[in-house]
Unconditional design. Structure first.
Length: 377
């Protein structure tokens, strides 16, 4: 969802390419003729869903892709985009439902292109990725089965990346002050002005202080790995594998948006997944146990990692809510998309602190423990 290493307030870097320019871009860079194009919502990159006509003589029909135009700031870090794209290709080869790039006419996975004409012309990294079918988790009524599957996915994905992904570009995932890495919750101090003075700011200040005192000193005891970093309810696609309307069974059909990848810790990924799955749930306090159970079916957490989970989930709520408020000031025309999480996120974060860490953890851990006796197939 995010932004480069710089922890200072950002300048306007989101591309503003029109549909006509995007169509010409696909033709010029990838040698494909667009038959249909429409914009897709995005945080600070620009995405288009495109259908392309197949060459004459080929079977009738069209292929579908996502044209991804990376913001001008991240476009200055080609090694990072290379690492993200190579990771997607690696995961696809490992059997994960990940997009893969369509190569440019020059045989590359991406191309640096000029954006809008005029003074201060910016350069944007452009990729054409396979379009993945499915429905975002945000648009379904989540049940315990898909929550468990998402937890399992989070652990399996990080484990595969950390144990088997050895591309030379991987070193670029050490991203230092990257604002979306969970270790950097204390950096929110620089953006908190965007909240104004209210009860929301007070709870975020509380999260930051507790995070500094209770999580930061323990980071060295957590198990390190590569994190996807943004397994949210819009970045996970599912389809139904059963015809039961009352109790549908879902499977993950797509994993989107690798732009927040960085080196972190296994416990970060489960905390991020729990937070975003809480957003859409009618019973948010119970969500964590089902996601945790799925995660621990692949990779059980240590006592130190479990002990940090409440503040890590709270920290991700704070990151998402504070950065949305900050970015909405930069891009007021994109405010509706940017503030999706805020619609219910503040309510959930305030409720977590009202209920208290001990009670929330008991619900999560008791639910996860119950799975040990009868885990899903």
């Amino acid at each position: 969802m995010s932004s480069g290493n710089d922890c200072q307030p950002r300048t306007l870097t989101k591309p503003a390419v029109g549909e006509k320019e995007a169509t010409e871009l696909v033709d010029r860079v990838f040698g494909l003729k667009v038959s249909w194009i429409r914009p897709l919502p995005s945080y600070d990159d620009q995405n288009f869903h495109v259908r392309v006509s197949r060459n004459k003589g080929a079977a009738e029909g069209a292929d579908e892709y996502v044209l991804k135009i990376t913001n001008s700031e991240d476009s200055q870090e080609p090694d990072l985009i290379e690492a993200q794209t190579q990771a997607m290709m690696f995961l696809s080869a490992e059997g994960f439902p990940s997009a893969t790039p369509y190569l440019t006419k020059d045989g590359n996975i991406m191309s640096l292109e000029s954006g809008e004409s005029g003074p201060g012309n910016k350069k944007y990294m452009v990729r054409l990725l396979t379009y993945l079918p499915g429905t975002p988790v945000a648009k379904i009524a989540t049940n315990t089965q898909i929550l468990y599957e998402i937890g399992k996915l989070a652990a399996s994905l990080d484990k595969a990346l950390s144990e088997k992904f050895h591309h030379p570009s991987v070193k670029s995932l050490h991203r230092g002050l990257f604002i979306w890495n969970l270790a950097n919750v204390p950096l929110l101090d620089q953006y908190i002005y965007a909240l104004g003075q209210n009860k929301y700011r007070e709870v975020v200040e509380q999260v930051i202080e507790q995070f500094k005192g209770k999580v930061i000193p323990k980071l060295s005891s957590f198990r390190a790995c590569i994190n996807h970093g943004d397994l949210n309810d819009h970045n996970i696609l599912v389809d139904s594998s059963s015809s039961s309307l009352e109790n549908p069974q879902y499977r993950v059909s797509g994993i989107l948006d690798f732009s927040d990848m960085s080196y972190g810790y296994y416990v970060f990924e489960v905390a991020i997944a729990i937070m975003y799955m809480m957003i859409e749930s009618p019973d948010p306090q119970s969500v964590g146990g089902h996601v945790l159970a799925g995660f621990e079916s692949v990779l059980p957490l240590t006592e130190e990692e479990r002990g940090a989970l409440f503040l890590l989930v709270s920290g991700r709520f704070s990151q998402s809510l504070v950065m949305a408020a900050h970015t909405a000031l930069l891009y007021p025309e994109n405010k509706e998309y940017l503030m999706i999480t805020a619609k219910t996120g503040w309510k959930h974060l305030l409720k977590m602190f009202e209920v208290g860490q001990e009670a929330v953890e008991k619900t999560w851990f008791d639910t996860a423990k119950a799975y040990m006796n009868h885990a899903p197939a």
